[in-house]
Design a protein around this ligand. Structure first.
Ligand code: MN
Ligand code: FE
Length: 335
């Protein structure tokens, strides 16, 4: 067993955060703090008005379906992510500065869970309907089942990262949590809702998704740094066979995400069609492969170049004045 490293570090006290070995973990923590927000800062008034409108200017049935599908997916996906972090990842990542980041991320997942409570409450949606969609809507269930199945090693109470084989399983499951769930399965939803926001529809939900997207891009950046570090410290785990397996699974995840797009918006509507969103999913999957130092699969240009700006532009330029700017003191989400 390795004595030094981000996992299995038996040589240091998990309570001593200084001196740090992994400054990137600290940087992601600070990026998270710089992104501080709560859902109540965003007014839902225009959304409520539009959601209830009938006749001229009302949302089309397909627009409503797309919104409901995304609320249905994210409302439970955020809790699933929080549970994964606290019950599975935290236990095995003993490095103190990484744990400080994981605590921050867990807090952000609580904010995201709260966002969907706020959306359901303000639009007057039936919570039984929304919170059961991960069981009643096959395209949503398929994504959640895939992640749960993907990450079952670390949920075994006897699981330890004590052998190369088990470290490989741990990295496999981290790829399930970070790269597939947060890095692929969230992104069609981000693109659909933020496209709608660009047409000035459901702008409150749009702003909330924009904040969530910024948080998630840091979660993903942390996850990829964590995976890269474990891989660097345990190079024997990254075999050709392992990489081929990960590649196959990312391809399956991309198909599940594309099915989800077809289900959420079967025909598309003014300004947005399902094929464009599916191209975006492929583009995003290539970015994840790139960060895992793996060859690209799809070679698709981004049909939504503005999505990159949404992630990067500092909040104070893009949002109504909120307390967020007070937290902003350094750094940006440059990955
Ligand atoms: Mn989240
Ligand atoms: Fe997250």
């Amino acid at each position: 067993m390795a004595k030094k490293g981000i996992i299995n570090n038996v040589g240091t006290d998990p309570n001593k955060i200084l001196p740090m070995s992994y400054p990137w973990a600290r940087e992601h923590y600070k990026s998270g703090v710089n992104n501080n927000w709560v859902p109540e800062e965003i007014s839902m008034q225009l959304d409520i008005e539009l959601w209830k409108r009938e006749g001229e200017g009302a949302l089309s049935p397909e627009e409503r379906r797309m919104i409901l599908w995304n609320l249905g997916f994210f409302s439970t996906a955020e809790s699933l992510t929080a549970n994964n972090l606290v019950l599975a990842v935290y236990n095995h990542v003993t490095n103190p500065e990484s744990r400080q980041y994981l605590l921050r991320q867990a807090y952000e997942e609580a904010i995201h869970t709260d966002t969907f409570i706020y959306c359901c409450d303000s639009l007057g949606l039936d919570p039984d309907e929304i919170y059961n969609m991960y069981e009643t809507i096959p395209s949503i269930k398929a994504k959640d089942d895939f992640v749960v199945d993907f990450t079952k090693s670390v949920y075994d109470p006897n699981f330890k990262t004590d052998t190369p084989e088990n470290i490989q399983k741990f990295v496999h499951d981290l790829i399930g949590f970070y790269v597939i769930m947060e890095g692929i399965f969230f992104y069609a939803g981000f693109a659909m809702i933020l496209s709608m926001k660009r047409q000035n529809k459901m702008v409150g939900i749009g702003d909330q998704f924009q904040y969530i997207l910024r948080d998630e891009s840091v979660h993903l950046a942390f996850g990829l740094d964590l995976i890269r570090t474990i891989r660097d410290e345990n190079p024997e785990i990254w075999t050709e066979e392992f990489e081929a397996d990960i590649r196959d699974k990312i391809k399956v995840a991309v198909e599940l995400e594309k099915n989800y797009v077809d289900d959420a918006m079967p025909n598309g509507f003014l300004g947005l069609n399902p094929q464009t969103v599916k191209d975006y999913v492929e583009h995003i999957a290539d970015r994840r492969l790139e960060r895992l130092a793996m060859p690209l699969e799809y070679n698709k240009e981004s049909p939504f170049p503005w999505m990159a700006e949404v992630i990067d532009v500092s909040k104070e330029k893009n949002f109504f004045e909120t307390q967020v700017t007070e937290y902003k003191n350094s750094g940006s989400l440059d990955w």
